[in-house]
Design a protein around this ligand. Structure first.
Ligand code: NAD
Length: 459
């Protein structure tokens, strides 16, 4: 059987392999998902919920083993990987509780003569496609609600990080999920197989997390068969520090918002806008913290930043730094790639960044923080909103009322107000503009896998 080798971004060595699935095998998986949907959808919410609850517990029992696997294939540091496993498992716990909350209601027709019995039904077999940056959490954030709602799943993980996806599927099988209700496919390259699955007629839901470029392409493919879509796409988060902010808290928040997952997060702070009155203090303290980080193999003691997932990502981030400095930015710390074979980039802070610097228009997806000095926060809202993406923003202000007013002016699906972290399985995660369609997590995450149906009835 043909296989795909999975490489360790810290050393370049092979850490495992997974089956290389053909387009025909992927379409066959979609067909199986269609056939098994008939059986899975009629299992009770309680049964499905208890399987997910057991999977939460088993994932936490295996937290260390899964975390090490994530480090090996993704490169992130062990503490980040442990946090990811806990975060990922929480989606199973949350949706185990939501599985029994698929409700409906009874509404009276306006003329009072009859009733509408409104119910919710699983949308159908779901194709779930995930990126490499959170190999566990992006999978459980989709599998959890899909299985809870009664949908069967074909999961296509990123080719860079498929080992974690297979390990999570094994946990679900151990907890009673039938193998035909959840299948993992690994075609590489994926374009032809994904298109074939979407046009097969077997898939009724596409839940995609990845880049805006690929999301946009898949939306056009899904349109051919009117496939219901949820899209979690790229981000370009502003991190706004007001003149009245607690600067130490803002620096703590900036470290989380920028450096969680080594900067490779859709929620990563991408553009820092700091009021001129606190610019020097914030920049000096932030640079000191970034300088203290240690890049290396994520499994080694003392290492606080891992490499990026491969050399293509490393080169992409380095070229963004070079374009930023060509446009006048200055390097306050970092600025270099780590020596081969490690695909890392030193934590980098760029200062004297002008509002039209090209780096501010792109998702960096790495450990680089460009800082723009601003004279007035409220007058700079056009800068914060002046990008195509709209996933998340961060604001630090000592005045909660002012912070809420600014939050209301920001064109993003989420805002961290005096917090550098917004991700939570119980909160509706998602973006506006070119950052996506729909929400994951919370009750909204379950609704994404349900269709509304009503029965017009008289008695
Ligand atoms: P990507 O778009 O390159 O790949 C995502 C997935 O799509 C992978 O499984 C990949 O194999 C598959 N894919 C790639 N090209 C395809 C094609 N032509 N047809 C079908 N499938 C294809 O993204 P990535 O580099 O893996 O991940 C980084 C991106 O993901 C960033 O833009 C990041 O912001 C985004 N992301 C968003 C969220 C969110 O919740 N909004 C979360 C994590 C990552």
């Amino acid at each position: 059987m043909a296989t795909i080798d999975v490489h360790n971004p810290a050393s370049g060595g092979v850490v495992g392999s997974v089956p290389l699935h053909s387009t025909e095998e992927c379409v066959a998986a979609a067909k199986t998902a269609r056939q098994s949907f008939t059986h899975w959808r009629v299992r009770t919410g309680r049964e499905r919920g208890e399987m997910l609850r057991s999977a939460f517990e088993l994932m936490m029992e295996r937290q260390e083993e899964l975390a090490r696997l994530i480090v090996l294939e993704n490169g992130k540091v062990l503490s980040d990987a442990r946090a990811e496993v806990a975060y990922a498992a929480e989606f199973f716990r949350w949706f185990s509780e939501e599985a029994v909350r698929v409700d409906g209601d009874l509404r009276r027709a306006p003329n009072g003569s009859h009733w509408f019995a409104v119910t919710r039904e699983p949308v159908g077999p779901a194709l779930c496609i995930t990126p490499w940056n959170f190999p566990a959490a992006m999978a459980t954030r989709k599998i959890g609600p899909a299985l809870a709602a009664g949908c069967t799943v074909v999961l296509k993980p990123a080719s860079e990080t498929p080992l974690t996806a297979y390990a999570i599927a094994d946990i679900l099988y151990e907890c009673g999920v039938p193998r035909d209700a959840l299948q993992v496919v690994t075609p590489d390259p994926p374009a032809e197989a994904v298109h074939a699955m979407l046009s097969s007629g077997f898939i009724k839901k596409l839940s995609f997390t990845g880049s805006t470029r690929v999301g946009s392409l898949l939306l056009t493919q899904a349109a051919e068969r009117i496939v219901n879509c949820s899209m979690e796409l790229g981000g370009n988060a502003p991190f706004i520090v007001c003149d009245d902010a607690d600067i130490d808290a803002a620096v703590d928040g900036a470290m989380i918002a920028k450096m969680r997952n080594g900067g490779a997060a859709c929620t990563a702070a991408n553009r820092f806008y700091v009021h001129t009155s606190v610019y020097e203090e914030f920049t000096q303290k932030f640079v000191a913290r970034m300088n203290a980080l240690v890049v290396g193999n994520g499994l080694d003691d003392g290492v606080t930043v891992g490499p990026l997932v491969n050399s293509a990502q490393q080169q992409r981030v380095m070229s963004l730094i070079h374009r930023a400095t060509d446009a006048g930015a200055e390097i306050a710390c970092g600025g270099s790639a780590t020596p081969s074979p490690m695909c890392g980039v030193e934590p980098t802070v760029l200062v004297n960044v002008q509002p039209d610097n090209p780096i501010l228009g792109e998702e960096v997806f790495g450990p680089v923080a460009p800082i723009v000095r601003i004279e007035n926060v409220e007058d700079s809202v056009h800068l914060f909103n002046g990008v195509d993406h709209g996933l998340v923003s961060y604001i630090y202000s000592g005045n909660a009322g002012r912070g809420m007013k600014i939050a209301n002016m920001l064109e993003t699906g989420m805002v961290g107000l005096n917090r550098g972290l917004v991700s939570d399985p119980a909160a509706p995660f998602g973006g506006v503009k070119e950052s996506g369609l729909g929400r994951e997590g919370a009750h909204e995450g379950l609704l994404a896998f349900l269709e509304t149906k009503y029965v017009s009835t008289e008695w």
